[in-house]
Design a protein around this ligand. Structure first.
Ligand code: DGY
Length: 383
């Protein structure tokens, strides 16, 4: 059965209908409308001139190329916009000083080129940690309990009623969840799955995380104190994690080192009926290898939110019952998308107003009524 969505969001049309808000300050091009209105008000109140396409449009790179020569100081960009060396050079020539990414990930931007061109890069970390780790938990549950298959059965009119062995899945309590990349989002997912579902945690990360280990120790004590199973945490190699985990979940940033971190060799280490979850970037997994592994191991399941060539899904992947697929929804809750928009707006405004980089780490103060007079999150220190 093919599911045809009624509303197609983020339609890319050939002709954008422009909305232009003209102030006396620097001009900003937003490549799409962002969630909510607060981000726009922040810029407009400070006198910035903001141009964006009308509601359902997202600018293509060709449209951006044409528009940018009108003279913009900053660009708010989506992940789907690819800023390679040539595009960055062109932005520089047109006078752009900052690209503010409406995402925490910046793999769509050639950072070396941006640094060389002295174009600052902003992103939105922290405010989407909870939402993305929630989605990872959702993929774990969806895969473990075969929710995609269940929904297809019901929607397809094929359900014959309750049966003892129908779509029987995996129990979570006492199992091992392997966290690949225990940064903010990975750690948050570990805590949620440990506290809520009693899963033991293994993690693989560049550095050991004493803070995560301590929190899991406390969760274990708390669980025992209310009569639930204790849980453990261990810092392991990637090989051990893949070998022993019942569920492996990927949270690493995409970089040269993590490109195809999981390929056929790594998949072959995993248990026959393991689950592989990915909410980071598609290219951390070799999709061809995963597709073949899923085809040859019916009890192995993958829960994916991200893909190598979004929005293109690897041929055949969506036909596999053991793949649970979502359309890059990690940060997609209303509050989070609005907060990301506020950070993206403040990154560009405060940077162009010459403010210093926020030394605080936690960006929560920026989504309050009185945000601090700092640039919330930009990558480069030296300009
Ligand atoms: C990000 O911010 O990098 C997320 O993937 C967007 O949902």
């Amino acid at each position: 059965m093919k599911y045809i969505p009624k509303i197609q969001h983020n339609r890319i049309t050939q002709e954008a209908v422009w909305i232009k808000h003209t102030g006396n300050g620097p001009a900003i091009l937003s490549t799409s409308a962002l969630y909510g209105r607060k981000w726009l008000d922040i810029l407009l109140k400070s006198g910035f001139s903001v141009t964006l396409p009308s509601d359902e449009n997202v600018l293509t790179m060709e449209m951006i190329d044409k528009e940018i020569s009108a003279g913009y100081s900053g660009v708010i960009s989506l992940l789907k916009h690819n800023w390679d060396w040539d595009k960055i050079k062109y932005l520089k020539e047109c006078g752009v000083k900052i690209i503010s990414n409406y995402a925490v990930g910046v793999n769509n931007i050639d950072l070396k080129a941006a640094q060389q061109a002295q174009i600052q890069v902003g992103n939105t970390p922290g405010v989407l940690t909870d939402a993305t780790s929630d989605l990872a938990c959702g993929l774990i549950l969806g895969c473990a309990r075969r929710l995609g298959e269940g929904e297809r059965l019901v929607r397809g009119g094929q359900w014959q009623g309750w049966a003892p062995d129908q779509l029987t899945g995996k129990n979570l309590r006492g199992g091992i969840l392997g966290i690949i990349g225990a940064g903010k989002i990975g750690s948050d997912c570990a805590l949620k799955m440990a506290a809520g579902f009693g899963m033991n945690i293994m993690y693989y990360s560049r550095t050991r995380k004493p803070d995560l280990e301590e929190k899991i120790g406390k969760i274990s004590d708390m669980r025992v104190s209310i009569g639930l199973n204790p849980i453990s945490v261990s810092f392991v190699t990637l090989e051990s994690l893949l070998k022993y985990s019942d569920i492996a979940a990927i949270f690493v940033n995409l970089s040269e080192e993590t490109h195809h971190l999981i390929g056929s060799e790594q998949l072959s280490l995993m248990k026959e009926d393991a689950l592989l979850i990915n909410v980071s970037r598609g290219s951390v997994i070799d999709e061809q290898a995963l597709y073949e592994h899923l085809r040859n191991h019916g009890n192995f399941r993958a829960g994916l939110d991200v893909y190598e060539k979004e929005p293109v899904i690897f041929p055949g992947l969506s036909e596999l019952e053991n793949a649970f697929l979502q359309p890059h929804l990690g940060s997609a809750n209303c509050e989070t998308r609005e907060n990301m928009a506020i950070i993206a707006g403040l990154n560009i405004k405060n940077y162009l107003e010459g403010m210093e980089k926020w030394p605080g780490g936690d960006l929560t103060p920026f989504v309050t009524e009185n945000p601090p007079s700092f640039v919330p999150s930009v990558l480069f220190n030296d300009f």
